[in-house]
Design a protein around this ligand. Structure first.
Ligand code: CA
Length: 181
């Protein structure tokens, strides 16, 4: 049974998600501020975090940043208002696995959540190193290695390189790249 942490300060939305997930046999914990969200997320008691960006105390980015800095790989789905798409990009750069804009349909959240949980359970055995030709990319340290040495990458460079290396010898559209980076 999967345990989902819901960080949402709008009681109506929190209830809506909570009720829907419990009806689908998830175990849920609801927190309404950023500090509690981070404490709970660090506890290791959850399999996935549904994270609102606009939280009191500590906003969603702060929570996400601290979580990733602590090297916690808990899958995170960001919930964001529709007018903050730019923020969403920042959220993904900050280490979120997915995002949804409000208002959203519960079925879509459920589908994305299940997908992330599946991906997370397979990624345990997935290599943390991508290699294509002479180039390798360490997904944990976010460093690229070539025959001549290592290269430190910015968050955006890393995201782009990761995307390209996951699709070797494929042509990717500008949109696909923007979606990812
Ligand atoms: Ca909010």
């Amino acid at each position: 049974m999967h345990r989902i942490l819901i960080a949402e300060d709008e009681a109506r939305i929190a209830r809506f998600i909570d009720k829907g997930l419990r009806a689908n046999n998830f175990v849920t914990t609801v927190v309404a501020d950023g500090h509690s969200a981070l404490d709970e997320a660090l506890s290791g008691n959850h399999d996935l975090l549904v994270l609102d960006l606009g939280l009191p105390g500590r906003n969603g980015y702060g929570v996400l940043r601290d979580l990733r800095e602590a090297r916690i790989a808990l899958p995170v789905i960001i919930l964001t208002a529709r007018d903050t798409v730019r923020d969403t990009v920042a959220g993904l750069e900050g280490g979120a696995d997915d995002y949804m804009t409000k208002p959203f349909r519960f079925e879509e959240l459920l589908a994305r959540l299940r997908l992330r949980l599946r991906t997370a359970s397979t990624s345990v055995v997935e290599a943390t190193l991508l290699s294509v030709d002479g180039l390798s990319l360490d997904l944990r340290t976010r460093r690229a290695r070539t025959a001549t040495g290592t290269v430190d990458l910015s968050a955006r460079e890393f995201a782009l390189l990761e995307l390209l290396m996951r699709h070797p010898a494929q042509v990717l559209s500008r949109e696909q790249m923007l979606d990812h980076v």
